[in-house]
Design a protein. Sequence first.
Length: 495
Amino acid sequence: MTETVDYDDLLTRYEPALGLETHVELNTNTKMFCGCPNEFGGEPNTHVCPVCLGLPGSLPVINGKAVESAIRIGLALNCEIAEWCRMARKNYFYPDMTKNFQTSQYDEPIAFDGWVDVEVDGETYRVEIERAHMEEDAGKATHVGGAGRIQGAEYSLIDYNRAGVPLIEIVTQPILGAGEKAPQVARAYVAHLRDLLKSLGVSDVRMEQGSLRCDANVSIAPIGAGKLGTRTETKNVNSLRSIERAIRYEMSRQAAVLDAGGAVVQETRHFHEADGTTSSGRPKSDAEDYRYFAEPDLMPIAPSREWVEELRATLPEPPAVHRRRLQGDWGFSDIDFSGIVNAGALTLVEETVAAGATPTAARKWWVSDLARRANEGGIDLDELGITPAQVAAVQALVDEGKINDKLARQVIDGVLAGEGEPAEVVDKRGLAVVSDEGALGAAVDDAIAANPDIAERIRGGKVQAAGALIGQVMKAMRGQADAGKVRELILEKLA
């Protein structure tokens, strides 16, 4: 079993440095250098052609929409946009890259020198962006046997449908000074990117499908050492929760290595969702090991300043401005609004409000009941399996008096269980509130007869005692009685 050090203990002796490389699959219609459809899924090896398979004699042509998306992403990240840049060949062998090189960018990226601000527990952290560059994705290897890992697998299958899909890789400068909040800052940064990219409309940013994934570079060094430690790179982490867990684990693991007098190995590592650990992958190469050189089959890219400014005009409002506007529109206190942001629920609440719910109701469901379910399941909120539109529909049923909050939670259970839309779940489970005076009157009579002392207090003018009888009726009718109607009937019979 790999040794680790208590997280709070390691922070007394070591300080972390992070570097995050986030890969974004663009939602263009076609791939980066050919006309194959850029679609998730499909039968293996059906979205391929000689260009994305790298067959001899095939020539790539760059996707203009991908260049446009890259520029808009760069601008949204406060980057400089290159007046002239080129694609390059990054040389290495992977079985899911048939060309034995990846067409990418390195020292001539399309966007560079940017920054974003993220907030964690009321503190703002600036994350410097080194570059955002264009490249193509690789295919997908499926290892059969060996619990899905290459070690111990009986054989591997390769699907090249994803090969050539347009990617933007966003690379940060080292993130220093975050201390104990380093894992949370990383999570907040990727959440910020996800929301920003979604608002730009350049990607569906579905982490569970790999269209947004993060490589987390982590190192620790003794406090006051004045230099960075040896880094590891945990590859393709695909949820916000996992990013935070992977970084926290790597810090604890590296501290144990250093405490024992060992040296951290520069390598890639794999994150294991089941237990929150990482395991060794391969030795990590440095840039010079990839033997970058300019791609001879593609023309340089030289976006005009006029075009760049036209694209700048298409950007949505900056995230900080957007958050301030939402808080003002919704009328939330700083504490209530921070709770939404810290839960990673801002976009979900916003979309629920857009679907018809009030801000207060949307916040109630996402930050309390649904956040609890996500925590219990060890997943992010947006992985729960219920959409903002469905949450708004549940609240609409409450507002219409068809169900109450207690029944609404059962409706949510049904939606999460795949039983259909909220109204369908109400019908299938028989969850509608009972408002029929005949049925309610009989239940009220039974409650009065069973609790003569309480009934006498109500007759004597203590109207607040009606709450006890209402509770009895609600219990008898499994929470489906119309509480307001029950109260009216009790007071009508007794007061």
